[in-house]
Design a protein around this ligand. Structure first.
Ligand code: LMR
Length: 337
């Protein structure tokens, strides 16, 4: 009798659990990225996880996969369309298969500083670009900063002619390809996860990246020279799939949005700090010489790379390029160039 009662109780409990289970299953956001955890994006993703789980009371949980553990930037967007990953924040140079307009951000020497980037991104055109992939089922939820790119190399690079004939790894962007072709160098599109080994084995001579990526992935240990060119921008778009996003409840969507806004603000703060700190750590390491350019030398890089703008004017749109360029004018000090 006791056994029958116990079995009946167990059956009832199982039934109760089964009827409750669907409602209690948390929504899982897999957030995949390629950089180290001690970077603006790595820190932002970890903070996002904490904030989402706190704000939703655990009804939405975030699993962060750093260091290309789950997907590389080459396949993460396809995985997102298939529902295998829910969020990612690839560099803006990695969306070229999905939209033309984001190529804008790869134009060399477009923005003077991160304040100009913010002014443009928060304006009408910058915000509209977040929607540029919605027809492909990908939604931009916000921009995240890393910083300006520098050129690292096996040879000292002071003037553009020094780069001639060298092999540089680039992200998959035609603008970046044209930028290195303008220097008579050889660009090679390779995933971020392979860069260290390519540099270490001397399969390539150099690469371009932010101070934070050069430090956290130890590129400076295998690149004896880094030229402080600040020639381009390394920035991200936090993206999700339309299907996933519209499947969240209104409350969850609002809570996740709030968490993301806070996490992005924190990530941007980290970007500002790490740009200075990681540069300093590299300088102190003695492993790589940081080459600072004179204004005359820098002008030569601008002259060599800027013709790329014209090459892509039609594809990106001249109005968009002008609007981004005008963001360098803060409004109080007049045009900066
Ligand atoms: C790169 O591929 O060089 C970077 O975009 C990696 C990253 O996400 O910062």
């Amino acid at each position: 009798m006791k056994a029958i009662l116990t079995a009946a109780a167990a059956g009832l409990a199982a039934l109760a659990f089964a009827s409750l289970a669907p409602a209690e299953q948390p929504v899982v956001i897999k957030f995949s990225h390629v950089v180290a955890e001690n970077t603006p994006k790595g820190k932002m993703a970890n903070r996002f996880k904490e904030l989402v789980e706190e704000k939703t009371g655990g009804s939405v949980v975030v699993e962060v996969y750093p260091n290309s553990q789950l997907f590389t930037d080459d396949n993460v967007l396809e995985a997102m369309q298939l529902g295998d990953v829910q969020m990612a924040a690839p560099a803006l140079s990695k969306f070229s298969r999905y939209t033309d307009v984001l190529a804008l951000y790869d134009l060399p020497f477009l923005f003077d500083d991160m304040a100009a980037v913010d002014r443009f991104q928060q304006g009408e055109q910058g915000q509209a670009m977040l929607d540029s992939m919605s027809k492909k089922g990908i939604l931009g939820l916000g921009y995240l900063h890393n910083g300006m790119k520098q050129l690292s190399s096996s040879k000292p690079l002071r003037v553009p002619a020094d780069a001639e004939g060298l092999k540089f790894r680039i992200m998959p962007s035609e603008v970046l390809e044209a930028q290195f072709e303008a220097l008579d160098a050889a660009p090679l599109k390779k995933p971020f996860s392979e860069v260290f080994t390519l540099l270490q084995t001397k399969a390539i001579d150099g690469q371009e990246n932010s101070w934070s990526n050069i430090y956290s992935k130890k590129f400076y240990e295998v690149q004896p020279y880094i030229t402080e060119t600040n020639h381009g921008l390394l920035d991200y778009m936090v993206v999700t799939s339309k299907e996933f996003w519209t499947g969240l409840s209104d409350d969850q969507r609002a809570q996740v949005t709030e968490a993301l806004d806070e996490a992005i603000a924190y990530g941007n703060q980290m970007a500002e700090e790490l740009e200075v700190e990681d540069r300093q750590l590299i300088a102190e390491s003695g492993r790589s010489e940081i080459i600072e350019l004179t204004p005359e030398e820098r002008a030569q890089w601008v002259d060599a790379m800027k013709p790329v703008w014209q090459q892509f004017e039609k594809e990106i749109g001249p109005e968009l390029i002008q609007a981004a360029y005008r963001a360098n004018d803060s409004g109080d000090a007049g045009p900066s160039k």
